[in-house]
Design a binder for this molecule. Sequence first.
Ligand code: AHR
Length: 320
Amino acid sequence: MKKISAVLGALAAAAVMFTGCQKQDLIVGFVQAGHESAWRIANTESFEQAFGKDSGYILDMHDCNGSRDLQIEVIRKLLDDGVDYLVIAPVVEDGWEEVLHEAKEADVPVILCDRQISADSNLYECWVGSYFVGEGRNAVNWLENYLKEIEWKKERTFIVHLQGTKGSSAQKGRTQGLEEGLRNHPEWKLLGFDNGNFSESGGYIAMKKIIASIGIDMIDVVYAENDDMAIGAVEAIRETGKEPGKDIIIISFDAGRRALELVKQGVINCDVECNPMHGPLVKNIIDQKEKGIEPEKIMNVKESLYDITNVDEVLETRTY
Ligand code: AHR
């Protein structure tokens, strides 16, 4: 009997030693901007999948509901809790210096995804996301070609601009693209603009306000800085009896499934892709860092542009 309990004791001790040597899952604090759009939901899901069960990581995800101040508060709490990595999807570009200094002092590596920030780049490891100015330029380029293709005869082209969250790099980049287009085309006129905060209800309300103040008849083009706002604007336009896509050219960004269905139906004329699949890229960066390999400072995701000529190519496989 004595012999048996001695053997069991040795086995238990070995098990404790073995567990003690096992690598603990690293904790990745993900400070998500919010849940304002279909794009954002797809972005969150891509992180949940990449850092899911058996990934070797525990994802501590926080939805900050579109508030930069809440993001900062959450980061401080995560630093207090002793996270191993911080992944931040910043709501806006400004206001990050102080809290990133705190992360640096705590020796917690910071990876930025989606939007950029205006702080010193030594305060973070790297950034993964879209080239928003390029997206805006692609949209403008598409409009130039489209107007030629349909032999647009009007002397002036009146554009309505629905902006995303003010001060975010997605808004700033796409707005810059349009502003460049307006400068290069004196015959293009900005008829009205409002902020729809990247949400469907925001786009609907902004479009309703613009229609109430300038009417619908003069509007030739709506440049909506994401799909959700474009879908909201489509509804507001339909309520006037006009046909979006036919009476008014609709340009959108993101190329999520719901909007691509509208491209297929000829309701949205052009959708510039914004790729939300950052999760696997960020996981790869952390995997590499764990092996001592430093990431590239800037990593742009692959993106395309869809209109009626190529939308079928993507619709079959688009999951979000
Ligand atoms: O920052 C990316 C943008 O934010 C996407 O275009 C938009 O849909 C999201 O809310």
